[in-house]
Design a protein around this ligand. Sequence first.
Ligand code: SF4
Ligand SMILES: [Zn+2]
Length: 315
Amino acid sequence: MSASAADRRIRSLRPPKTRVDPYAAHGSLLEEERRPDGKIERALTVFLAGAECAFTCSFCDLWRWTIDGPTPPGALTRQLETILQALDDPLPDRLKLYNASNFFDPRAVPSEDVPGIATLAASFAGVTVESHVNTIGRQTLAFARQIAGRLEVAAGLETIHPVASAQLNKRLDLARFDWAVRFLSENGVDLRVFVLLGAPCVAASESISWTVRTVEYAVERGASVISIIPVRGGNGEMERLQALGHFAPPSLSQLEAALDLCLQFTHTVVTADLWDVERLPACEHCRSARIERLRRLNVIGRAEPRIDCSVCGAA
Ligand code: SF4
Ligand SMILES: [Zn+2]
């Protein structure tokens, strides 16, 4: 994919990248996650180090966790082996392999490593990998056949706001999204969807409603799990857009409002992404209580009273 003027601008505004070791995963996280049937799974997320994504989305800061150049063959299997060897029993139900890029891009996941990764993943009932919808296809099915468990692909829908979607520089076409969703479903592969809260070029007053509409779009197409991700600043491009009045960092109370509204979708698991949640603008007095409430909602998926705060008063 050749670099466009937007790609070059976004890249030029980035702060320096710290060096990443291609043979050491960034870490792992063990969490409880709800599935659409109500079952609570133990899910292990492994944050793999590898090549940068070929796309250059305006809001993305995942490039910070990537190396320059392609992933060396053998690096991902070594990272995964090290994480799995350190695990205590019992083994989690799900393995999520997040490589800050696209799993089906051979520059990010060398083809020769795929069988080894499948073998390492053999004991898990579910395996989740992330991919731009444009790289979902033949290789997805090949990997689904190699793993013992059921595959789930996590893909960014981000926003269906027509103007904002075009400005994300994601090269995401809703028709292609719909095709990929049908393709996964027809082949017994589950779909997890990322939806943005605070997408640039969406008016702040409409931010929550566009997030909910985008979640609804993914629900109607059969997503199993949808994660609402507040857009973070810090990659340079977001600061440029903020200075132009096209981006306002979303707040913790907006995240709560969006999740509360999405609990109406009872056949799909909708959660708030709590990575770096401490950075979201919020009242210092009730921030922790609000974050704990979101953690509970993520797991139980049922409405709970809002936090009533004597300082900010927001309920
Ligand atoms: S496709 Fe995903 S990883 Fe790639 S630039 Fe966009 S948001 Fe970042
Ligand atoms: Zn408060």
